[in-house]
Write a protein that binds this ligand. Structure first.
Ligand code: ZN
Length: 362
């Protein structure tokens, strides 16, 4: 299967944090075709191993998260409307009028729409106002609370954007959950290549859980693997659109991205300043490939690598990314060219990973 086919398949597989079951199944089946060993831990992390030259060779963990942002049903009104809470960074701005899906008690998927004041009767003072999530409601067609319950919806039912995948011009795509299903697709392509072009190091390919919830699922995988180094694959925000111009320098089709600084101060108070040796390995690899490597430093986002770095006696980490527009909306947009280049870069980093690598700072 081609990279784009994996991206499409995974983007159309709904799996919000804590409910990653469909992605765990799909990803582990795909990795099984190429890896020497595949296991799934109690949290749901999918861990695949491509064996290196020897057991004593360095262990490198490369990971992408399998979960996505979403919502949970928090109550059902007597009239049969669902009230919801957000899971992760769902922007309220894009919710009114959106089509969503809800997973029922028996794991069936049913559709719902997020209601919005009918335009014809919108008072002037509400025309440009974004309603708060507490004011929003989901219409699943139910006529009463009893009706909604009979459909299998209950408090705690997970909900998510209706999965979508659209091809745009110039090898670009728009889809739900490009964050981080495109990363998962790259993981599988890496496994495929490494299965025939054997690396010297032991490569652990991990589909991590709960990144959009608390960023800490990948820690549990790292605790088991105890890697000598770890690389995260996740998106970075491209600002090459009229409304974002100049916020950073990232743009589509300019190649993969290395994260030099991320920080999120609201709640998490974490981020990643990558290990200098990992930065050098990535930069040298890009130079060797004559590939443009975009550099990224930003406040306001972070990945689960921020937590992986604190496992064991400190795991040298680096964030690799590809540029994406409209993040956390249902139409995240990126270029396949960047994903292909990211895969090429990551493959070379893993294939040539130095056997004498240590994380020593002196
Ligand atoms: Zn992500």
């Amino acid at each position: 299967m081609k990279l784009i086919e994996y991206v499409e398949k995974y983007c159309l597989t709904p799996a919000i944090s804590g409910h990653e079951d469909l992605m765990i199944k799909s990803l582990s089946q795909d990795l099984q075709k190429f890896a020497d060993e595949v296991s799934v831990d109690n949290l749901g992390n999918v861990i695949a191993l491509i064996k290196g030259k020897s057991e004593s060779a360095p262990k490198v963990m490369i990971f992408a998260h399998t979960d996505q942002i979403g919502m949970f049903v928090k109550s059902i009104t007597e009239e049969g409307f669902l009230k919801i809470v957000r899971l992760g960074g769902v922007p309220e701005r894009i919710l009114a009028g959106a089509t969503i899906q809800i997973k029922t008690k028996s794991s069936q998927i049913i559709s719902g729409v997020i209601g919005t004041i009918s335009h014809h009767l919108t008072p002037d003072d509400k025309k440009y106002v974004v309603p708060k999530i507490e004011e929003m409601y989901v219409d699943i067609g139910a006529k009463s609370k009893t009706d909604a319950l009979a459909l299998g919806v209950e408090v705690g039912s997970p909900a998510f954007y209706e999965p979508k995948f659209t091809k745009l011009a110039n090898n670009r795509i728009a889809a739900t959950s490009v964050d981080d299903r495109a990363g998962c697709a790259v993981l599988v392509k890496l496994a495929e290549r490494l299965s025939t072009s054997k690396p010297a190091a032991n490569i652990y390919l991990v589909g991590s859980v709960q990144e959009e919830f608390n960023l800490r699922g990948a820690m549990v995988a790292a605790q088991q693997i105890k890697p000598n180094a770890a690389i995260s694959l996740d998106l970075a925000v491209s600002t090459d659109t009229p409304d974002m111009k100049g916020v950073n320098e990232l743009a589509l089709d300019k190649g993969p991205i290395i994260g030099l600084y991320t920080f999120h101060g609201r709640g998490t108070l974490n981020g990643l300043i990558p290990h200098p040796k990992m930065v050098k390995i990535v930069e040298d690899s890009a130079t060797k490939l004559k590939m443009n490597l975009q550099r990224h430093a930003s406040v306001g986002m972070l990945t689960d690598a921020s937590y992986v770095q604190f496992v064991d006696n400190g795991i040298p980490c680096v964030d690799l990314a590809w540029p994406t527009r409209y993040t956390h909306s249902g139409i995240e947009t990126c270029s396949l060219n960047d994903l292909e280049n990211l895969e090429e870069l990551a493959f070379n980093v893993l294939k040539d990973f130095p056997l004498n690598f240590t994380g020593s700072r002196i």
